[in-house]
Design a protein around this ligand. Sequence first.
Ligand SMILES: [Zn+2]
Length: 273
Amino acid sequence: MSITGGLPKAVDRAVERGCEAMQVFVSNPRGWKHSDILPSDIAAFRARCEEEGINPVFVHTIYLINLAAPSPEIRERSTDALVMNMRAAAALGSSAVVTHVGSHGGEGEDIGIARVVASLQAAFARCEGPVPILLETTAGSGNSVGHGFSQLGRIVKAFAGDVRLGLCLDTCHAFAAGYELRTEQGLRETLEELEREVGLERLKLIHANDSKGDLGSRLDRHEHIGEGKLGKGAFALMAGHPALGDLPWILETPGRSADMDRENLRRLRSFVP
Ligand SMILES: [Zn+2]
C-alpha cells in the first residue's frame, strides 16, 4: 500500500479496499534515501490499524537492497537499509520485514550465499528486536540468489534455530523461477521441495500475484489474479491447501486502482474453501 501523504494514509487506503492485512514501504522503494518516521505518524498508524483490525502488517525493504553484492559499499548500504526497516517495523507493530536477497553479480552462488549470511548476521547483531526477516523468493533473473528453495534453504540453515528468519513465497516469482503451481502434482512437488530445503514452518507469507511470464520464464512481471499464466485454477489450488490457505496473503498486482484491488481481493476470497 502506498504511503503517499504519510503512513496513516496507507491504513485509510487499505480500509477502502477491504484489506485485513497490509504491506508498506517505509521509504521510496527505488532510492536509498530515508528519513525518520515521525513519532506522531507511528502512533497514528498503530492506532488506525488497531481500530480497523488490520493485522498483520508487513514492511517491505527497498528494491535496491543487495545483501550478496560484490561491492562492500553496496552490501553495507543494504545492511543499513535492512536495519532501518527492522527498526521501523518494530516501531509500527509490524509482524515482519520482507526483503529480496540480491544478486552475486557473476561471482557465483557460493560466494553470494556466504555474503547474504554475513549481511543478515550483521543486521541481526545491530537490531536485536523480535521482528523477523522474511526472505522473498525471486523470479531468478540475472545472478539472483533467491529463486531456488535450495539457495534460500542454505541461507536459512546458517541461522538454524533462529526463528527470526523466514520465507515469503511470491507466486509470480516462484512460477517464473520454474515451480509449477497450476496442478495438484506441481503444487505438491513444490511444497515438498520447500519442506525439504527450507522447512514449511519457515513459510510465513504469500505474495499473491499472477504472472505475465510463463513457467520458468524468469520474468518478474506481475499480473491481476486470474489474468496471467497462473490463472484462477492455481490460486484456487493454493487457497485450498492447508499449508498455504491459513497464511496471510498480500497482493502486489499492477496499478493503483482501488476498484481493481477490490476485484483482485474478491477473486482471491472466492477461492477460499
Ligand atoms: Zn513479491
